[in-house]
Design a protein around this ligand. Structure first.
Ligand SMILES: Cc1cc2nc3c(=O)[nH]c(=O)nc-3n(C[C@H](O)[C@H](O)[C@H](O)COP(=O)(O)O)c2cc1C
Length: 165
């Protein structure tokens, strides 16, 4: 069985509550806060789910910003990575959920990414997190589209389960 770890970085709690929902969608997953997790904590897990909100203009959440240089040095062999990212598509329509892309860019080529998501059904103008026409992970908007969150998580987790051993 794949061992699943979810690492979330959350400034005001939105990403944390989404991370808890994602955890509840798996039979067995362990939740870590980016403000206190270490690389050693993550070594035993072969399926890593990284979640972060967006700050600044398309920037990565603060705790993740500190964690990412350490994660970049991790050995990802045999591990799969999926990302989810929160944003506000109304107030930040040109940098929607861009924090996801910061993680993706740092780990591209090191980690095997799964769980890219179609942009269908989202309303925004631009996002770094869209690569080759798809979000690099699950984009969520708890500020404007909270009604969509549960269905978006359910569809994404269903997709991720295909990659579990
Ligand atoms: C200062 C600030 C900057 C933000 N910048 C962006 C942004 O560039 N793009 C975006 O999609 N959302 C942006 N947001 C919205 C947050 O990412 C969003 O509200 C998120 O749900 C917060 O999650 P958290 O409470 O887990 O940190 C910003 C919010 C704040 C307060």
């Amino acid at each position: 069985m794949s061992k699943i770890a979810i690492v979330y970085g959350s400034s005001t709690g939105a990403t944390e509550s989404v991370a808890e929902k994602i955890k509840a969608s798996f039979d067995d997953a362990t939740l870590f806060n980016a403000d206190s997790v270490s690389v050693d904590d993550l070594k035993p897990y072969d399926f890593l789910i990284f979640g972060a909100s967006t700050t600044g203009v398309g920037d990565l959440q603060d705790d993740w910003e500190i964690l990412l240089p350490k994660i970049e040095k991790m050995d990802f062999s045999g591990k799969k990575v999926a990302i989810f990212g929160l944003g506000d598509s109304a107030s930040f329509s040109t940098s929607f959920a861009g924090g996801m892309y910061v993680i993706y860019k740092a780990l591209k080529g090191k980690a095997e990414f799964v769980g890219f998501v179609s942009t269908d059904g989202y309303t925004f103008d631009e996002s770094d997190a869209v690569v080759d026409g798809k979000f690099v992970g699950l984009a969520l908007d708890e500020d404007n589209e909270y009604n969509e969150t549960d269905a978006r998580i359910a569809a994404w987790v269903e997709d991720l389960k295909k990659y579990l051993n």
